[in-house]
Design a protein around this ligand. Structure first.
Ligand code: CP3
Length: 345
């Protein structure tokens, strides 16, 4: 079976047979690449997200320079938040000042037509789709999940415990619920607009949902994942669900209905693959710091992951979280080359 990377990715997401697992890396466009830094020197991060030519150029770098087999839109999970009338400052993580804490703050959020609020996102996707079609590579869109967006909006910035968010959950559950509901609407619209603009797979990043225990996850987050999975046009674009630090949530995440469970490196991949079985495909899960290992070691880890992933209906080779700024380019190259050298048996 000879598949294009586009076919291989879509088939792996849906659990159809493939010759070998597809490969890409979360945060594959970024500061570890000198060619990214050269473009970034001319713009602020937000300007880059809002300038289609620059965003298209850096989105394609991992494909053209390193052989990655999927192209992810260059943007940030906070870009659609600008459409709610909130100023977001990247330092480099997102900062929101003042943070949202009350029902009045939630009620004051704008209800934009997302296609008009952040039109450059869809221009980038349309341009990218033309570029990736000529390379046979799939185009991925993405969004931040409501809980992770809420975490930053309530806290005002990144944090290790997100105590302000958890305080709101316990003290003012109605406020948090209405914020999550509002963000579900935004995310469904935003992902469907990305699919219309050419995204062939979409990934939902719920980086911080792992802060919750399984019961809280089921009460607070699972309903948001289910709503998104049922309202996003998954017939046109399969949905990947990523939760960082979520090994204790995997069984509950399966109830979301997402097509692919994206796992971090703390999860034993063989065990996860067996648990997931035919219910979903999996993605992951090398520790991003593992890319500092010698190339031969990285190649062995890739072969081990591919073997472990076989018990699930489909497997996409990836990291367990995004590429870090200090990642050696040779490590990324070794990861991709080892994946591309795998064969069907
Ligand atoms: O995967 C990709 O290559 C697509 C681009 C992408 C970015 N951010 C670019 C970016 C994606 C998918 C994201 C998602 C994102 N952004 C998440 C979810 C996934 C995750 O990593 O947990 C979160 C929580 C954010 C919020 C965010 N944006 C943080 C915490 C930071 C700072 C972290 C850092 O790397 O310094 C950003 C800024 C950001 N987003 C950068 C990039 C390339 C660095 C900006 C720069 O060049 O200065």
């Amino acid at each position: 079976m000879k598949l294009t990377p586009q076919e291989r990715m879509l088939r792996a997401c849906r659990g159809e047979s493939v010759d070998r697992p597809p490969v890409w890396l979360m945060r594959q466009a970024g500061r570890y690449l000198p060619e990214y830094r050269a473009v970034r020197a001319k713009y602020s991060f937000l300007e880059m997200c809002q300038t289609p030519d620059a965003a298209v150029e850096v989105s394609l770098q991992p494909i053209d320079l390193l052989g990655s087999e999927a192209c992810i839109l260059f943007s940030d999970i906070f870009v659609p938040i600008l459409g709610l009338g909130i100023d977001v400052d990247f330092r480099p993580g997102p900062h929101v000042d003042p943070p949202l804490r009350s029902q009045a703050d939630v009620d004051a959020l704008a209800k934009p037509d997302i296609r008009e609020a952040v039109p450059y996102v869809f221009d980038i996707l349309r341009q990218l789709r033309r570029e990736v079609d000529s390379r046979g590579v799939p185009l991925l869109g993405f969004a931040g999940a409501p809980f992770t967006l809420a975490a930053y909006l309530v806290e005002g910035s990144g944090s290790s415990h997100f105590a302000a968010l958890k305080t709101l959950l316990h003290r003012e559950p109605k406020v948090l619920r209405s914020l999550l509901d509002r963000l579900v609407e935004l995310t469904v619209d935003y992902l469907n607009a990305q699919i219309e603009a050419g995204a062939q797979v979409v990934q939902l990043f719920d980086t911080w949902a792992g802060l919750l225990d399984a019961a809280e996850y089921r009460e607070w987050v699972l309903p948001t994942h289910r709503a998104i999975a049922s309202r996003v046009n998954r017939a046109a674009a399969p949905l990947i669900l990523y939760v960082n630090n979520g090994s204790h949530l995997l069984d509950s995440m399966l109830d979301s209905g997402a097509d692919v469970m994206s796992l971090d490196w703390r999860v034993d991949l063989a065990d996860a693959a067996r648990r997931v079985g035919s219910r979903a495909s999996i993605q992951g899960n090398l520790d991003p710091c593992g890319l500092h290992a010698p190339g031969a070691e990285i190649a062995k880890r890739v072969r081990d992951m591919a073997e472990a992933g076989r018990a699930a209906r489909g497997h996409i080779l990836n990291l367990g979280h995004g590429c870090l700024p200090g990642t050696p380019v040779e490590g990324v190259r070794a990861f991709i080359e080892a994946a591309r050298a795998l064969s069907a048996d």
